[in-house]
Design a protein around this ligand. Structure first.
Ligand code: DC
Length: 225
């Protein structure tokens, strides 16, 4: 019998981490957690309650008002994030949230708050979690760590298509700029920057389709389970 493991998938924005994580979790019958959605939900809470991100002290003290849950929706076949009992999984993808979330993710109190929740979710194994610090901070003992990359042009185009499909009238240039800004902030922040080490297997998916990525990742799962 293969043993249950935790799988950490880290990498830049819009690399397809979520798509791979979701299909791996489905194939292995594991729980899929998009940790970025947790940072986005905190960002949304701050926006809706007029709490300025720059007021780090206040942000820290307001975290106690935030309750996050993941609920499985059989109809959409995904885990949806609920902020204080409200399904916000669509709302957190909007540009106002994207515009501040990297700044929210720089705040150490926010990171500690969310990392604790993430570790709790993964304590019994059988979790695929994607983010920026999953293999370095959240699950340093994860049996499999994948670092995903793709060219910035390809990533911007993918995210642009998603946003347009969701009804946004944003331009490709705006999406590319937001992505580059977030990459820069995520990689250069002091607390848990996006980085990788020798534990990681690198998956550049610029020229790989989803089936090819899944097949490759499954060979890695097999090698460690
Ligand atoms: O993956 P995403 O674009 O939804 O992530 C939103 C933001 O949260 C992004 O700026 C990176 C940050 N993030 C993080 O700092 N650590 C994580 N584990 C996940 C996301």
């Amino acid at each position: 019998m293969t043993k249950k493991i935790n799988i950490a998938i880290d990498g830049y924005s819009s690399c397809g981490k979520g798509t791979l994580a979701k299909s791996l979790a489905k194939k292995l019958n594991y729980i899929f957690i998009d940790s970025g959605s947790m940072y986005r939900a905190v960002a949304l809470y701050l926006l809706e309650n007029d709490i300025p991100v720059s007021d780090v002290e206040r942000v820290g003290s307001e975290l106690k008002g935030i309750e996050l849950d993941f609920k499985f929706n059989a109809q959409s076949d995904q885990f949806e994030i609920h902020l204080n009992q409200r399904n916000v999984s669509k709302r957190i993808r909007e540009m106002d949230v994207a515009g501040i979330v990297s700044h929210v993710a720089k705040i150490s109190e926010v990171r500690r708050f969310l990392v604790k929740m993430q570790q709790e979710i993964g304590k019994d194994k059988g979790v695929v979690m994607d983010g920026r610090d999953i293999g370095t901070v959240v699950f340093p003992e994860a049996e499999l760590k994948i670092f995903m990359t793709a060219s910035v042009e390809i990533r911007a185009e993918r995210r642009y298509k998603e946003l347009v499909q969701a009804g946004s009238d944003i331009t490709l240039e705006e999406v590319a700029e937001n992505l580059s800004n977030r990459d820069q902030i995520d990689s250069q922040r002091d607390d848990s920057p996006l980085t990788m080490n020798d534990d990681y297997r690198i998956l550049d998916n610029s020229d790989l389709n989803q089936e090819e990525q899944l097949a490759l990742a499954l060979t890695w799962v097999e090698a460690v389970s």
